[in-house]
Design a protein around this ligand. Structure first.
Ligand code: SAM
Ligand code: SF4
Length: 336
């Protein structure tokens, strides 16, 4: 598929079920019926940045800020491991407290207490820091580039640099991480042409993981009020991305479920192969609101993992028992 074909599908294709079925077939042929569970731990909602789209932005005065203590983070990871998870995603705002030495310590502790694969989703760092975190034992790094439109990027991420965001993705790769990135679909002013370029970039960047989710306007941000339902559009982008990147791991973003009760299931039928049950302690969960309508606010980690397992069973799929490392990297190692 070239860029104009992608644009044509995103803009005009009346039969979206056909594209979802095609993506689902490609997912099955390349990754099988197994769904990977990755526990999402939102360990700090403190952020130095002011992204226009995000409820955690520094200038939002209505957020009750929290930061888990290192031993709480460790306990959550151990709990995730005991629940049978093979991997955790440590996500946060860009919180200066968690400097590189603290993160190194934390990762070493998680790695000695469990056999979890660790993904970091903590934002932009200096080049050398990615190497240190990899050396400390982290396996994967996930950071969306959000949009490949440089003007939109600088408008909505005024204290970040477009070029640097892509530098960071390159540094993660150089440091040896399995690398994930992605976008939001439906940002005000985002063109279909730029989304087609985003999808081409997923392929060019040879991403191991691709996260695509609908943009949902948060009332306490500068983008308040742009209340379009972007679920169908995000599902279509996910499906096209699956067709272009057959081996990448792709989560069914929880933002999909925030827009429809069946959102995650729809994503798992349109190319996704990963669910990220939230394992953040319930008392903090409601304070990590990137967007309104977040799901599972009062479910315990046991319940979120159970409900992911029920969904897998209901769909006739299987829970993966392995780590779900990058298939692309594995093939490279084996010379495939
Ligand atoms: N702070 C890190 C960063 O920005 O890369 C990681 C955490 S950040 C909260 C994770 C992702 O949330 C962002 O990459 C963005 O795509 C998504 N996000 C933020 N606000 C959102 C919104 N209003 N609707 C949907 N997704 C949103
Ligand atoms: Fe901070 Fe990430 Fe939200 Fe931007 S998207 S304000 S960097 S948490």
């Amino acid at each position: 598929m070239n860029k104009s074909e992608i644009i044509e599908i995103l803009l005009n294709d009346p039969d979206e079920d056909k594209i979802f079925r095609e993506a689902d077939d490609i997912r099955r042929k390349n990754l099988g019926d197994e769904i990977h569970l990755r526990g999402l731990l939102e360990f700090s909602n403190i952020c130095a940045r002011n992204c226009f789209y995000c409820g955690l932005r520094k200038d939002n005065p209505f957020v009750k800020r929290y930061r888990l203590k290192e031993d709480e983070i460790l306990a959550c990871c151990v709990q995730g491991w005991q629940l049978g998870l093979k991997s955790v995603v440590l996500q946060s705002g860009e919180d200066g407290y968690f400097n590189i030495s603290r993160m190194e310590n934390l990762i070493s502790q998680i790695k000695s207490a469990t056999k979890l694969a660790v993904t970091l989703s903590t934002g932009e760092l200096a080049r050398a820091d990615y190497f240190r975190l990899k050396e400390a034992g982290a396996d994967r790094f996930f950071m969306r580039f959000e949009t490949s439109d440089p003007l939109l990027f600088s408008k909505y991420k005024p204290d970040s640099s477009y070029i640097r965001r892509f530098d960071c993705l390159r540094w993660m790769r150089e440091a040896g991480f399995q690398v994930g990135s992605g976008i939001m679909v439906g940002l005000p002013g985002q063109s279909v042409k730029s989304i087609a370029r985003d999808i081409m970039l997923f392929k060019e960047l040879e991403l191991d993981m691709i996260g695509i989710g609908p943009f949902i306007a948060h009332p306490d941000t500068p983008l308040a009020g742009s209340n379009k339902n972007n679920l169908k559009a995000a599902l279509k982008v996910l499906a096209v991305a699956r067709i272009l990147c057959p081996k990448a791991h792709m989560p069914a973003a929880s933002a999909m479920e925030a827009l429809s009760e069946q959102g995650r299931e729809m994503a798992l039928r349109a190319g996704a192969n990963v669910i990220m049950p939230n394992i953040t302690p319930e008392k903090y969960r409601g304070d990590y609101l990137l967007y309104p309508g977040k799901i599972a606010l009062s479910q315990s980690p046991l319940e979120t993992v159970q409900s992911a397992r029920e969904l897998i069973k209901k769909m006739g799929r299987k829970e993966a028992q392995d780590y779900g490392h990058s298939l692309r990297r594995q093939n490279e190692r084996e010379g495939a």
